[in-house]
Design a protein around this ligand. Structure first.
Ligand code: AMP
Ligand code: MG
Length: 391
């Protein structure tokens, strides 16, 4: 049995970075930027008015000063000419500031009679002009790797970058194993249950930035498992669910071994999720997750997340570990690292659920945190700060 952190290191050794592909901006949300990209222009590309008003010379601005309006500048339509002393140009937000002007008096501060304006309120010190390149300059860059958020896409668009280099999404093949499993919507026999992990893991993997493919359920026979493995061609990562413990029907290790799996480790000192297996099968990383639904999902958070991160180009991915105040007593932990289902209230108080059975999806669904208890962590009292990851 190896520690959680050794298992994580070994899993990262199995993974490789995905290639770079170029996608249109409109399809880049949530993708991982693979290379630094640089602005192709200044923004704004000219000094622009930030308000609706009148462009004038700052040196001439004072209460009761009068100006002659000689033209207009609107967004997309500059004023063709140069401002002389005593002159003003009617200007609107986003319009280029005319040559010779360096101040915009907002329209609320002036009175206009025909082509004459008079400043009637103190315009204050702000010039109401956005300087050229005030947002960014040509050549300014957005660093990689990063997950592209909506604001990043707006920024890239205004940098005039129409296509972005992103990491290809790793393809993960998901194989559920077990004679007892039936797909949702199917008709289970009296001794059967519905395959659930597959769907939780697919959603989780896609949330991590991967593309998950659900393969047909493999029955508990060597032939069925071999068949399932034969359908994984083209996957960047193969994940099996169940059949990984030491029961008579737990055939994943045997079949993978017969197919030539180069095993990296088997069994991790953690709860839930001890019977985790990993290796390389025909050059492709493979992870064998335990079948218990909560174990599979917890292993997804703890192990599949850093693997997918690495495949997407993040080096040394570290989970965001937070702390919260425990609201009750909990007993000492055993020798394995324990990921306990818990709930953090809106006020930040932490409640660890009393039932930690690894088959209870209802408890996992209520939980919004996994509290991390290191091996042999002592008992804790209300008010103690405990570490957790969000789920
Ligand atoms: P196993 O690791 O195959 O012994 O499975 C452990 C437990 O998890 C058993 O109760 C299985 O029925 C259950 N299980 C295995 N795979 C799945 C799955 N894909 N969805 C729901 N339960 C599963
Ligand atoms: Mg099974």
């Amino acid at each position: 049995m190896i520690s959680v952190s050794d298992a994580r290191d070994a899993l990262l050794q199995l993974t490789r970075e995905m290639e770079i592909e170029h996608v249109p901006l409109a399809q880049a949300a949530g993708r991982v930027l693979a290379q630094e990209v640089s602005a192709r222009r200044d923004q704004p590309p000219f000094s622009a008015s930030a308000m609706d008003g009148y462009a004038v010379k700052a040196a001439e601005v004072e209460l009761h000063a009068m100006f002659q309006v000689i033209g207009e500048a609107a967004a997309g339509h500059s004023f063709d000419g140069e401002l002389r002393p005593g002159q003003a140009v009617r200007i609107f937000t986003g319009a280029p500031v005319p040559r010779g002007a360096d101040f915009v008096v907002i329209q609320e501060d002036v009175d206009r009679k025909k082509d004459l304006i008079t400043i009637l309120s103190d315009p204050g010190p702000s010039s109401n002009i956005r300087p050229r390149g005030g947002d960014f300059h040509s050549g300014d860059s957005l660093a990689a790797p990063r997950i592209l958020r909506p604001a990043d896409l707006a920024l890239l668009a205004s940098m005039n970058i129409a296509e972005v280099p992103v990491r290809r999404r790793p393809i993960v093949a998901l194989i559920s194993t077990g004679d007892e499993l039936v797909m949702p919507g199917g008709t289970p026999g009296p001794d059967q249950i519905i395959a659930s992990n597959t769907f939780g893991l697919k959603a989780m993997l896609e949330d991590f930035g991967a593309e998950a493919r659900i393969l047909p359920i493999a029955a508990d026979t060597e032939t069925a498992l071999r068949m399932a493995f034969s359908l994984t061609a083209g996957a960047d990562l193969v994940v099996t669910i169940g059949g990984a413990s030491v029961g008579d029907h737990d055939l994943v290790a045997k079949v993978a071994g017969d197919l030539g799996m180069d095993r990296s480790f088997y069994k991790v000192a953690m709860r839930p999720g001890k019977p985790l297996m990993a290796g390389r099968l025909g050059g492709t990383p493979m992870v064998g997750l335990p079948g218990n639904p909560v174990s599979a999902m917890v292993c997804g958070h703890v192990f599949l997340w850093p693997m997918i991160q690495t495949m997407l180009g993040f080096r040394q991915p570290a989970p965001k570990i937070m702390t919260a105040r425990l609201s009750h007593e909990i007993s000492a932990n055993g020798p394995r690292q324990h990921y306990m289902r818990a709930e953090i209230s809106a006020a930040g108080d932490l409640t660890v659920f009393s039932n930690q059975d690894s088959s209870l999806l209802s408890v996992l669904s209520t939980a919004n945190a996994l509290v991390i208890r290191p091996p042999n962590d002592p008992a804790h009292a209300p008010g103690d700060m405990l570490s957790y990851i969000e789920i």
